[in-house]
Write a protein that binds this ligand. Sequence first.
Ligand SMILES: Cc1ncc(COP(=O)(O)O)c(C=O)c1O
Length: 402
Amino acid sequence: MTVSIADIEAARARLAPVLKRTPLQHSATLSRMLEAEVLIKPENLQKTGSFKIRGAYNRVMALTAEQARRGVVAASAGNHGQALAYAATAAGVKATIVMPETAAIAKVEATRSYGQTVVLRGVNYQEARRAADQLCQQTGATFVDAYDDPWVIAGQGTAGLEIAEEGADAVVVPVGGGGLIAGVTVALAARAPHAVVIGAEAAGSPQLSTSLRRGEASAVDRPVETIADGLATGRLGVLPFELTRGRVHDVATVDDFEIGEAVLLLLERMKLLAEGAGATALAGALKLKGQLKGKRVVVLVSGGNIDINLLDRIIGHGLVKAGRLYRFRMTLPDRPVELSRVLALIGALGANVRAIDHDRTQRDVALGAALVELELETRGADHIDLIRRELKSHGYRIEDED
Ligand SMILES: Cc1ncc(COP(=O)(O)O)c(C=O)c1O
């Protein structure tokens, strides 16, 4: 089994009626940071919020009439499930998406909103996957794997064709099971052979580097954990490994902090909302900056379906790191004017109080004292230094929280 450039061209023809164009977007800020010409391929703006529609729709449209009558099944709580539901509805085919009972309600509802059936089975992905297999045996439906499937890979490869047409010296691609990087690699090898392909993986689920080291498609041998949930497959597909073997120039392994920073950079600088997996290629490009200098670099931002609570945490971390949010605590004498004095001092320094907690009853607070926890909006590290100095010079003892 393999995937050729002809398969990818055929996928492009099938996808034409549903696909959104996602032209490359140039970023002056990222170009300056990387000392390269940086262009974003914004697949977060694609239908269903990720590139996954490419593979899913190609698979559905390649079904025989009999297969289409029996329908399709996927096991996925993520973008593949949503994309397959959308693709099946668009093609008039019945789809059943099996998710673990623990799947986030927002994901269940988003998938249902595409007009297909979601069933909740098992406590984790493996159990949901077994239930999906059983369903296929009972009904004769076709199981659509998220990445180890030639039609899915050919569909993902259409993103590579588009990139080749707009020109690139290097393309940085996020890697979960490897379907996306496999398709992009085949497309570029045929249409832009001078371009190098770089894989970006999450340190919490490093199946690409593990597989390359072992010389075969491998599973990582510890539990996977990353904010880039789209990449947390814990294993690389067999076909993706065969298609990318010897053709991936380098791998950048990035941790959750680096991924979070990339989410913020895309949001602030490009006004693009990316999920963790979607921002991983940018984190990878920043890590391999030295290799990319002077090149025309395409960074594939693969999806934007981020949980808003996670986004809130990422923004909070980013603001603290940039000195635009300052959290600290202090103990005050428990007298009527003490708190208003502190607040007046802070106000005079131009900081805005975002949250405050005043507590006299906690066990480790002495009688006659109050513990105050404050969160301030600040202008940067210098502003925070000034606030600390000023509070100290008035005799207050402060303790940083971050
Ligand atoms: C947003 C996003 N990016 C990247 C990937 C990784 O794709 P692949 O499993 O084909 O490597 C996924 C997979 O779900 C995804 O949802």
